[in-house]
Design a protein around this ligand. Structure first.
Ligand SMILES: *[C@@H]1O[C@H](CO)[C@@H](O)[C@H](O)[C@H]1NC(C)=O
Length: 491
């Protein structure tokens, strides 16, 4: 753990392109010391914040961190009012009103500003969705090029946001239970620090930053005690050596892992794989953060397209979910992902993980189908390869979808189950095509000499989530390599 973590930090240093020698003196100010920032209180790097392995360069937050708070409402969609948490007159003169449906506070992450694309996308959609006070927090003035200082400064940003909420509550009567902070990356931890000071209704963590926060004590990171409801979505939780920006650690009550949470469809290769193949040319910074920024984009999609819903299923892990082991909404096992989640009376400290599959562009929502295929029981050898299926609707058909995760053994008499998805526009599925490829990469030197055939049961089962299964049948029960069996709906 230690050496790989140090290597990861080194990689992160390389990743920060603007990282230059001129910032090194600041980094030398490591352990010990305390910074007192007026009414925000004092901050040190001891206790919970001290961890030589997870936070090797541990700097004090800077009291100089400055925030810009811009408010928009349905009464001023075009021009934002600037709020000053220390000056109630600035709030009184603005369009802020405590009797609106609620207050949404948006917080960006590392190296971004309030003009980051997801905020510009989400703000107008929130204003269309409901009568909210929508406040953008811009803390770019507090973001130094080095990640360590930015990570430390999130504590100050959180304290100022808490100060704002406190003013809105005590001077203007804002109901704390309708305050909702939506933070991306480091902004998710800012939300956690704010929620720790002012107990609010909800925090949404959009791919909360992993580096310096994962596996740290709850007081250092976003955790379920920071709001009545903490929901998170993880889209780039790959480990640090693979340069994931997020973290697979569930930090909320409801934790959503679209596509498993370790990279998203339509996002190119990671910087790491580019480095390994020495091909940096095609790696723009957009491609680098593609999976990391998918979290706010998916979330904005749930606000913009309310008919496009993402039903997520609680499961032990993504593999088990894809293998169809949790394909049911009985016993409160499903949760709709997005702005309008269902909240039970009390969540206490429960933590649940939910899984779903998305497309690669908007509208991202897809319908989940579980497909069950049986191999005939015959005296024959086990084959090894990849099965692929294609779903056919009335007028559209899907691309070939890998059935299962990679090459696997296909055993006579066995039953296999896998969850696939198609766009919601697809309509009812009327046929399923099945093909397969033998895996020649194996150590079977003479494999290519013999022919390979799958013997199928003539029937497969197709289940749309929350619907009864339907049976489909085929006449083709023996399929050689790259041949296709066509299963049709029984009429
Ligand atoms: C807001 O302005 C009104 C009218 O000037 C004043 O009566 C009220 O006290 C002010 N409220 C706050 C909290 O400053």
């Amino acid at each position: 753990m230690g050496p790989s973590y140090a290597a990861a930090v080194l990689v992160i240093l390389l990743k920060i392109r603007c990282f230059t020698g001129e910032h090194l003196p600041a980094l030398r100010q490591t352990h010990g010391g305390i910074n007192c920032c007026g009414d925000l209180g004092c901050f040190d790097t001891d206790g919970a914040f001290e961890d030589i392995l997870k936070r090797p360069i541990n700097v004090l937050p800077s009291c100089e961190t400055r925030l810009k708070l811009s408010l928009k409402t349905q009464d001023n969609v075009a021009k934002a009012d600037i709020l000053d948490p220390y000056n109630s007159a600035s709030i009184n003169a603005s369009n802020f009103r405590a009797d609106r449906e609620g207050t949404k506070i948006l917080i960006h992450g590392y190296l971004d500003t309030e003009n980051v694309r997801w905020m510009s996308l989400m703000e107008p959609k929130l204003l269309l969705h409901g009568d909210f006070n929508v406040i953008r927090v811009d803390w770019s003035a507090g973001i130094e090029v080095n990640y360590f200082q930015a990570a430390a400064n999130t504590r100050i940003v959180g304290a100022v946001v808490a100060r704002l909420i406190s003013t809105l509550h005590s001077k203007f009567g804002q109901d704390l239970s309708t305050v909702h902070i939506i933070g991306h990356s480091l902004g998710a931890h800012v939300a956690g620090y704010a929620g720790e000071r002012m107990k609010i209704g909800r925090i949404t963590g959009l791919d909360p930053a992993g580096l310096y926060f994962k596996d740290m004590p709850p007081s250092v990171r976003l955790d379920p005690s920071d709001a009545d409801l903490v929901d998170t979505v993880v889209t780039d939780g790959r480990d640090l050596l693979q340069l994931g920006y997020g973290s697979m650690q569930p930090m909320g009550h409801y934790n959503f892992f679209p596509n498993g949470g370790q990279g998203q469809p339509g996002c190119g290769k990671s910087l790491w794989s580019s480095l390994m193949t020495l091909d940096i040319s095609g790696t723009s910074s957009d491609a680098l953060g593609c999976s990391h920024f998918r979290a706010p984009i998916l979330y904005a999609d749930t606000v913009a397209n309310p008919t496009c819903t993402f039903t997520a299923v609680q499961c032990e892990n993504y593999e088990a979910f894809r293998r169809g082991q949790c394909f049911s909404c009985d016993n409160d096992q499903c949760q709709v992902f997005g702005l309008d989640v269902d909240v039970p009376v009390s969540l206490a400290n429960q933590q649940r993980s939910y899984y779903f599959v998305t497309g690669s562009s908007t509208p991202f929502c897809e319908l989940l189908y579980r497909v069950t295929i049986r191999q005939a029981y015959k005296l024959q050898s086990t084959e090894k390869g990849i099965m692929k299926i294609q779903l056919h609707g009335k007028s559209k058909s899907s691309s070939w979808i890998e059935y299962g995760s990679g090459s696997s053994e296909i055993v006579p008499g066995s039953t296999s189950t896998y969850v696939v998805s198609v766009p919601q526009s697809f309509g009812p599925v009327e046929a399923v095509h099945l093909t397969w490829e033998y895996d020649y990469s194996l150590l079977h030197p003479f494999a290519w000499l013999s022919s390979h055939t799958l013997h199928l049961e003539p029937r497969l089962e197709l289940t749309l989530l929350q619907h009864p299964p339907v049976a489909m049948t085929t006449d083709t029960t023996e399929i050689g390599e790259k041949m296709t069996a066509i299963f049709k709906l029984n009429r």
